[in-house]
Design a protein around this ligand. Structure first.
Ligand code: BDR
Ligand code: CA
Length: 309
């Protein structure tokens, strides 16, 4: 079987880090490059974190390209309350031996998608890099985008909006408006993709990488246990994108029209999702994740992370 080539555009971030590790632990996928964006922390930190995670995985052959350090028009606002000052607080991660590539992430993506091969673009941070690619280059496009962001129902950064879309709504709207084969995996799904303490403990006992992932989970779970008392674990938002590529039967999807609230009112960054053909809504421009087999997803995470030793 030829592995599916992918690019991961991310803002590590605890769950982004686990998405990177899940990708490199999966022979079905070929992670060609990691591009970084400001989101959970500032760009210098998310880029350094991507390098540290690849160092941990022994995959310093995968290049890292740094992208946008601020949203299209909004003020930058990071998620230190979830991911800490470094963006990956908790364990002692190795220092990177590699540096980011000299080329800007958006130029790298433009050059890549001008070519015949079109790796799946997995986006797990604010959509600034992807939106910039579309806004500044007429032709180069991925054929398929799988992104973590948005919600049909309740948000997390605000009652209305999920963090990645809230952080750069104009970029997100630019991406949905492009009408490519786009799958939005929002909180309706990821709040059912939970890693519980029992999963963390199994990974802790599974080797060097498993122990570090468990320590990442220890930090990440503190916030979720405090705020999401109704959840029996911590949502593994970003790894769901990778899991969806590994096993499409894990998650139910539906065609939908998705539009982002780009106003400055209390609902900015909300993803308005319609699949009923309502007046003033357009034809479907994306697929939206509806539900996931949470226990099977959690087993996949534990099994693949444990395989890294
Ligand atoms: C998203 O926001 C970030 O904090 C996570 O890394 C994830 O991509 C969840 O709302
Ligand atoms: Ca993220």
């Amino acid at each position: 079987m030829t592995p599916t080539p992918i690019i991961l555009d991310c803002d590590p971030g605890h769950d982004d880090a686990i998405a990177i590790l899940l990708a490199v632990a999966s022979p079905e996928l070929d992670l060609r490059a990691v591009t970084t964006v400001s989101g959970n922390q500032t760009l210098d930190k998310t880029t350094n974190n991507a390098l540290r995670v690849l160092e941990l995985a022994g995959r310093t052959d995968i290049p890292v390209y740094a992208g946008a350090d601020a949203p299209f028009v909004r003020q930058r606002d990071v998620a230190a309350h979830v991911h800490g000052e470094s963006g990956l607080d908790g364990p002692d991660l190795p220092r990177p031996s590699e540096s980011p590539q000299a080329e800007h992430a958006v130029e790298f993506l433009a050059e890549l998608y001008r070519g015949a091969e079109k790796p799946v673009l997995v986006a797990t941070g604010p959509l600034t890099n992807v939106g910039l690619l579309f806004a500044t280059h007429a032709d180069p496009r991925p054929e398929r985008i799988v992104l973590m962001g948005g919600a049909i129902g309740e948000g997390n950064r605000t009652p209305a909006a999920e963090f990645n879309i809230w952080a750069d709504p104009e970029a997100a709207q630019r991406v949905f408006a492009e009408g490519l084969d786009t799958t939005m995996i929002g909180l309706d799904v990821t709040h059912r993709a939970l890693i519980k303490d029992e999963h963390t403990e199994r990974m802790r006992g599974a080797g060097r990488v498993g122990k570090i992932v468990a320590e990442l989970m220890d930090f990440y779970a503190r916030f979720h246990k405090r705020r999401y008392t109704d959840l029996d674990g911590s949502p593994m938002h970003d790894p769901v994108c990778i899991a969806h590529l590994l096993d499409p039967t894990l998650m139910a999807v539906r065609d939908a029209f998705i539009e982002v609230d780009c106003t400055t009112g209390p609902s900015w960054g909300r993803t308005n999702v319609d699949w009923r053909g309502r007046e003033h809504c357009g034809a479907p421009n994306a697929k939206v994740g509806l539900d996931i087999d949470g226990p099977r997803f959690a087993e996949l995470i534990v099994e693949r992370i444990s395989s890294l030793g």
